[in-house]
Design a protein. Sequence first.
Length: 120
Amino acid sequence: MDTLGARLNYARKKRGYTQNSLAEEIGVSRGVIYNLEKDKTSPQPIVINAICQTLKISQNWLMTGGGEMEDKRAASRSARVLAELYELAKNLSEEEQLYILDVIKAFRQRLGGHPGTPEE
């Protein structure tokens, strides 16, 4: 992947986003994502930051192709959140845990699911 556009296209698809869904998530038009992927425009720093946070990818990798694609800090934050959820839920009854799971599923459904996560 020699260009920013190719790397963005790869990362977006790997995370399960369409151009539309990524654009909506970061608050830009689909055309912005399209033009970036086609290397037709220079990226604005605020857009690059939003893309990298949303896709959990390294800015260095996206901009230069150097280093690893995965943003280790984002993975670490996600692991901490999951650990905290586990700690909060482990002492609940099975019925309470299932209720919390239903709440999370309802929340996801209300949001229309989340790209990159499997639906049941």
